[in-house]
Design a protein around this ligand. Structure first.
Ligand code: ADP
Ligand code: ZN
Length: 355
């Protein structure tokens, strides 16, 4: 397993490095006038090991909750950075999960028209998925992820030591994205990940191998379609339904777990429409259901789900743009579907099959 990965982007190359002594050696992060943006929980949990960062005069702590992924918070961060005399040749170092990543990436891409940034992802979701791909998104009013930028970090440092303190829901959430990425690669790769599901929950070395393969698969697609204008769309597998489940349950279901539910809905809808063999849908459900099992009993109403689906960016004016597994090889493709009574019935059936 190579210990780093080079990604080509519109900003040039950047690298993701796998490390296993990050907490013992934070010295490299203190060079070159850094400005740290750190998840406050990570700062607390790792306060001792990261003390030179947490107590650094240029450190800004952020609260990792969806309501703080806002322009208001970005504005406060910018004011702090200005007070700390940030210059164009300085570097922002972000340490935390997806919310910290979004805030830091958005800030880095806009302040002084762009300063370099470095990312240390501390959640499985961020390590296995969001850390590469350049995207940042910020919420405005009721619109989630409505503004954003494409601005990759210069470097990403991945250390699975951080994952040991994550809640199991957070691990399952990351596994949801790992399963998604492997399904995009092929049904064989999905099955390989599925076979290691239990090990991923308990063995951090196995998890690291799958973080690795997820990033290698994703790299190929984002290098072809960094700006998400075509093929990268298929990374939304499980997401139209997943986001709709999150919305319909008032975000009671963690993101990657909702994605596992969404993938199950996608394959059962595809199968009900004759687009996918039932055996593929059943094969995929086995592991997806294991992953979403702690949330299988959550009540999901069809109407708010439909309302959320109708707002999806991939839709045309009259049809839903859905990412579904299709055909003999369960290939992931975008399909346009009319949101008629038949579709709603298929959706309702697939929701009752979640239990
Ligand atoms: P993601 O979107 O990547 O899941 P978030 O930024 O939403 O990440 O963070 C999810 C939660 O996990 C937050 O409460 C955050 O403080 C917490 N968290 C992040 N990293 C760790 C870690 N290594 N150990 C424990 N909790 C963490
Ligand atoms: Zn996702």
């Amino acid at each position: 397993m190579p210990d780093s990965l080079v990604i080509n982007s519109h900003k040039g190359q950047y690298q993701a490095h796998f490390k296993n002594d990050l907490l013992r050696n934070v010295q490299p992060f203190l060079a070159n006038e850094p400005h740290f943006i750190v998840d406050e929980n990570v700062a607390r949990i790792y306060g001792e090991q990261l003390s030179s960062i947490v107590n650094h005069p240029n450190t800004i702590l952020v609260q990792p909750a969806e309501e703080f992924k806002s322009l208001d918070v970005v504005s406060k961060i910018i004011q702090r950075l200005v007070a700390n005399k940030i210059r164009r040749n300085h570097t922002i170092v972000a340490i935390g999960g997806g919310i910290t990543q979004d805030l830091a990436c958005f800030t880095a891409s806009t302040i002084l028209r762009g300063v370099d940034w470095v990312f240390v992802p501390t959640t499985l979701l961020a390590q296995a998925d969001s850390c590469i791909g350049s995207k940042s998104s910020i919420n405005v009013g009721d619109s989630k992820n409505i503004v954003g930028t494409f601005y990759p970090p210069k470097e990403i440092w991945i250390d699975t030591i951080f994952l040991r303190t994550l809640h199991q829901d957070e691990i399952r959430s990351g596994i949801g994205e790992i399963l998604k990425v492997h399904a995009i690669e092929s049904s064989d790769e999905f099955d390989r990940a599925a076979k290691s599901f239990e090990l991923m929950l308990t063995d951090f070395d196995v998890l690291e191998q799958f973080i690795h393969s997820a990033l290698f698969i994703k790299k190929r697609f984002i290098e072809i379609d960094e700006f998400d204008a075509g093929i990268r769309n298929i990374f939304n597998l499980g997401h139209s339904f997943g986001h709709a489940i999150e919305a319909a349950t008032m975000f009671a279901v963690p993101h990657g777990i909702a994605v596992s539910m969404g993938m199950h809905v996608a394959s059962s809808v595809a199968s009900a429409r004759g687009l996918l063999q039932a055996s593929h849908a059943e094969r995929m459900k086995l592991v997806l259901a294991k992953n979403f099992s702690p949330y299988a009993a959550v009540q999901i109403e069809i109407q708010p789900m439909m309302a959320a689906l109708m707002k999806d960016k991939k839709n045309s004016s009259s049809e839903l743009g859905l990412i579904l597994p299709i055909g003999e090889r369960a290939e992931i493709q975008k399909i346009m579907i009319e949101p008629d009574a038949q579709f709603q019935q298929q959706l309702a059936d697939s929701l009752s099959a979640l239990r």
